[in-house]
Design a protein around this ligand. Sequence first.
Ligand code: GTP
Ligand code: MG
Length: 268
Amino acid sequence: MTNERTILLVGRTGNGRSTIANVISNTNKFKESEYAVSESEGGQIEHFRIRGENMIYHIIDTIGIGDNRFTGEETLHRLANAIKGVQNGLNQIFFVISGKFTQEDVEAFTLFRTVFFGEDIGKYTTIIQTKFPGFRDPEKRRKNKEVMRNQNENVATILNSCRRLVHVNNLTEQEDSRQRARNDCRAFLRNYLSSNCQNVYIPSNLGEMDERIQNYLAEKSHGDGEQIQINQLMKENQHLREQLNNFIAQQNLKNLQNFPFQGFPGRF
Ligand SMILES: Nc1nc2c(ncn2[C@@H]2O[C@H](COP(=O)(O)OP(=O)(O)OP(=O)(O)O)[C@@H](O)[C@H]2O)c(=O)[nH]1
Ligand SMILES: [Mg+2]
């Protein structure tokens, strides 16, 4: 049995990936961005051991999707470089969401499924929901999962395809001076990793990743071009409608002015 485990953290910017990396590894090596300014620039890998286990853990933090310091293309290339580090196998992807499963999260997950990994991504992915104060309460976790499933079909499909939804609340030292929330989350996540994430997945199509990125960018720019055309046509349509309405109003006015008033004494 292998005595190494690799965990890859991905998700939208600001959702709490670096914080999770610190919490699991019990370090402060990953920069947490307090001021809504992104900190993770590409991939950062750190290694740690858990006392009593003959295991080395490798944890890889990645650049967030939607980080506005970089263009979409730059972000994809930075992500690709980080993800190439797991081509010999990974044990778990943590897809990090925060608060709610937003439409942007759905798009980010779809990007990882279609461009970087494959249709089977869910088999080795756990969704981690951060900033969930009720993380210790099983009823609140169950309720939250139910609400999410009913939120919309795309979210439900992603949730069903993944291994599990895990809730955490990694409060800062200012928010929780004794760090009880982080300690509890660490205990849970470490236990989850050591008892549930033994299998090694070798993403089959990482070799074609660069080609898929190019195709994705080409399709996106084609799609953007079409959207620009649609917007232009809608503008023109709106302009024509306004002209038509003005014309009709003028015609109505003319008809009124030409109306033979004689038959309606006192009415006008
Ligand atoms: N209350 C609370 N705050 C959190 C939690 N997780 C992260 N934060 C805070 O959210 C902010 C962003 O967290 P990061 O870990 O830097 O997020 P990130 O996903 O690495 O973001 P980028 O690397 O900038 O894209 C920081 O101020 C964290 O302290 C959580 O579970 N609860
Ligand atoms: Mg970060």
